[in-house]
Design a protein around this ligand. Structure first.
Ligand code: SDX
Length: 408
């Protein structure tokens, strides 16, 4: 185990009788990848070699998800055919709609997790790929089928999220509209009307910024589940479970709830100071395991949020509150010493809140985007699959004598 000592890690290395433990696997590599890269020190992000700033400015989620999944930007014809396939995959199996009805009162992330599993149980392509796994490896002949299933999941998650919202409010379901873009169709199914352009642009930008991010906890979860040759829907359902936590995808909901609770920018110093105390509440939307600079996605979405509230107003002062917190964080020694900056969850919820999307749906929208990253990584790992099986360093007793119950 000594070779671990040489690896680059700024993390918490624990020495044990069996060797070294890297707490939280900080900086531990699990594979080589060509999907996305992060320069944490400089705050840079690339998808398949393209800077996130360029993709945010010039591209859209359909094109970016194609890039992440298939490894290159599509031609015009390829993009049109991909959009057509996505639109054709948006509908759900009746059993999935029934599950959403039964979970109408549940938090959207529970419903999303369950609905994905039920949809997978009824997807004959998914079952066929599972059957091919009985040989114990990913059969190259099934690669095309696997990519088709990935595109189906990208297409279906927005329908699941929008249907759950409608059912949770006792509203009638709004069927997908094939001629609308991915983002516009989501808002159409969610609110029941074709969205105005700036709202559709906001959702599309959000989906583009969240599409992949190397190996965060949810993507690592997808790798672990897929490495056993479980099915692709179950892999995504597991990744959704990991994303739900407030330290990961759940932070966008918590950040807006904190801003609403604060009520005024004047409380920023008090709230930020509380987060510096040992055992104090962590500031949601701040800090990152890899970025030790401002998250480039947060910088991009901040600009959009500024444009959005300039046009539609900031009645709850959410943007002003976030900006006040940002300024405190950027100047406070506690945060600067630890290189803690706003991350992707810091600004995004403000726009969704003002769009009228309830904050309990924010993480589901994160999952709607990241599903393409999770599956691109799974398809990449399956090309050289090996089941994950780490070890634990046992420090308990051995060979104890069993004492009968009446003698204890
Ligand atoms: C996402 O990994 C990804 O790529 C994730 C993501 C993606 O696209 O998939 O980018 C999406 O999940 C973004 C992160 C969203 N989560 C939050 O905003 C929750 C708040 N952030 C923190 O919980 C924390 O910053 C993490 C979980 C994001 C990172 O935690 P680490 O790397 O394990 O850091 P740590 O807990 O070891 O913290 C180091 C120090 C500690 O203080 P000391 O022990 O040195 O005194 O920094 C402090 C922490 O207490 N700290 C914070 C803080 N984040 C870290 N203190 C106050 N507020 C915070 N937000």
């Amino acid at each position: 185990m000594d070779h671990l000592v040489q690896i680059k890690t700024s993390g918490k290395v624990l020495q044990t009788p069996c060797g070294y433990i890297i707490h939280g696997l900080e900086d531990v590599l699990i594979k080589v990848t060509s999907i996305s890269d992060i320069d944490g020190e400089r705050g840079l992000l690339w998808y398949r070699g393209y800077r996130i700033e360029d993709l945010a400015r010039f591209s859209n989620y359909e094109e970016v998800s194609y890039l992440i999944l298939h490894g290159r930007l599509p031609t015009r014809d390829e993009l049109e055919m991909y959009k057509h396939r996505l639109a054709s995959f948006r509908t759900l199996h009746p059993a999935t709609v029934e599950v959403l009805k039964n979970l109408a009162a549940a938090h959207p992330m529970f419903a999303l997790q369950a609905a994905i599993a039920v949809e997978g149980a009824h997807d004959v392509d998914n079952l066929r790929l599972m059957e091919s796994f009985k040989v114990g490896r990913y059969v190259e002949a099934e690669r095309e089928l696997a990519f088709k299933i990935a595109e189906k999941l990208v297409a279906k998650l927005p329908t699941i999220v929008a249907y759950h919202y409608r059912l949770s409010r006792g509203l009638s379901l709004v069927e997908p509209k094939p001629d609308l873009s991915h983002a516009a169709n989501f808002l159409y199914m969610f609110f029941g009307s074709v969205p105005q352009p700036l709202a559709a642009r906001g959702v599309d930008l959000y989906l583009t910024l969240h599409a992949d991010h190397e190996i965060p906890a949810s993507t690592f979860t997808a790798h672990v589940v897929a490495s056993t040759l479980s099915d692709m829907y179950s892999t995504v359902a597991a990744a959704v479970a990991a994303l739900k936590g407030s330290l990961h995808g759940g932070a966008n909901e918590m950040a807006v709830r904190n801003y609403l609770e604060m009520g005024s920018p004047s409380r920023a110093r008090e709230v930020v100071e509380a987060a510096t105390k040992p055992g104090g509440p962590k500031l949601m939307g701040v800090g990152h395991r890899v970025y030790k600079a401002y998250d480039p996605r947060a910088l991009i979405f901040k600009e959009f949020a500024r444009e959005y509230v300039a046009k539609f107003g900031d009645p709850k002062h959410l943007y002003a509150i976030a900006e006040a917190i940002e300024q405190e964080v950027l100047s406070h020694p506690y945060f600067q010493q630890r290189k803690l900056y706003p991350n992707v969850d810091f600004w995004s919820g403000i726009v969704f809140y003002y769009m009228g999307i309830p904050y309990e749906y924010f993480t589901s929208i994160f999952a709607m985007s990241r599903v393409v990253g999770w599956l691109a990584h799974v398809l990449e790992y399956w090309e050289n699959n090996r089941i994950f099986r780490p070890r634990g360093c046992y420090i308990g007793p051995h060979d104890l004598r069993y004492v009968p119950l009446d003698q204890r």
